[in-house]
Design a protein around this ligand. Sequence first.
Ligand SMILES: [Zn+2]
Length: 298
Amino acid sequence: MELEEEARTLAESRLRPSGASGSPTPDEEERPEGSTALVAPPAGFEGDSAGADGLWGLPVEHAERRPECSRCSRPQKVCLCPYLPVHPLQISTRLYIIQHPAEESKVLRTVPLLAACLPPDKCTVKIGRRFSEERDIELSTVCRDSGTLILYPGAEATNLEEFILDSPVYPSTIILIDGTWSQAKDIFYKNSLFRLPKQVELKTNICSQYVIRMQPTSRCLSTLECAAAALSILEKNNNIQETLLRPLQALCSFQLQHGAQIRLSKEYLLKNGLYPKPMPKNKRKLRKMELLINSVKI
Ligand SMILES: [Zn+2]
C-alpha cells in the first residue's frame, strides 16, 4: 500500500505540466514533510525520467489531504498545539496578513500557527493577489486609517522601532504580506492600496529559525517571525516573540528529526559554490544572483 502511494506521488510529480514545475526559484520550493520527504524528487531534480517510465501508466488521483487539527491546521498526527499558548495572546495590535494564493496550499505554512496563537479578532488573513478599494471595503478602510502600518522593507520604509518613538498616533494595525519574495513584491507594488499606510521595516540582525525552507539570505524572516518581531515591538513585550516562535521551533525540529534537511540560504549556497542549479541565463536574474553573492540588499 505504501509503495503504491509512493508510486502515485512520483507519477503525479512527473505529470505536472512543465511550466508548473519547470523552474521554481529555490525559495519557492518546499520539501514535503515527514516521511513523504523520501519519495519527493530532490531539489533541482527535473526532467530525467530514467527508472520511472513504468509509472506513467498508473492512474493519477489527487492525494487526499490528511485530516487536519482544527486549531493549528497541521495534520493531526503532527499537531503542534502542545507548543501553542493555552489561551490566545492578549494583544491590542490588529494584524492583517495578505496571503498570496500559492502560499495557502503549501505544506509547511507558518501563518496558521501564528493565527492559532492570536485572538481571532486580532488576526485577519486575506488571500489574493489584487485588492481594490471598491471590492475590499474593509481592507480599504484599514489602509486609509492613520494608525495602520505596512511591513515591507525598502528605501521608503522606516525602522519600526524608531517610528513608534516619534509617531503622533500609536499604530493600531500592521499589515504583512505572506508569500515568496517575488510574490510579496508583486502584491506590494501592484496594489495601490498598500502604498497608503506608513511603510515600516524591521532592522534586526536575527537569523531565521525557519531552517527547513530556503530563504534568499539567512536574515530573511518567515511571516511568523516577522509578525513575532513586529508585535513584540508594538506591544513592548518580548515574551510575545518567544511565545510565537515556540511552535515554529517545534515544527522545524520535528521536520529535521523526520528526514528534512536544513535549507541553507541561497546567499550561503552561492557564496560557497554550493548552489545546485545552473546560473540563470536571464540577465536580470543573473544580476540579482550577483548582488546576492556580494550581499547587496535587493
Ligand atoms: Zn493542533
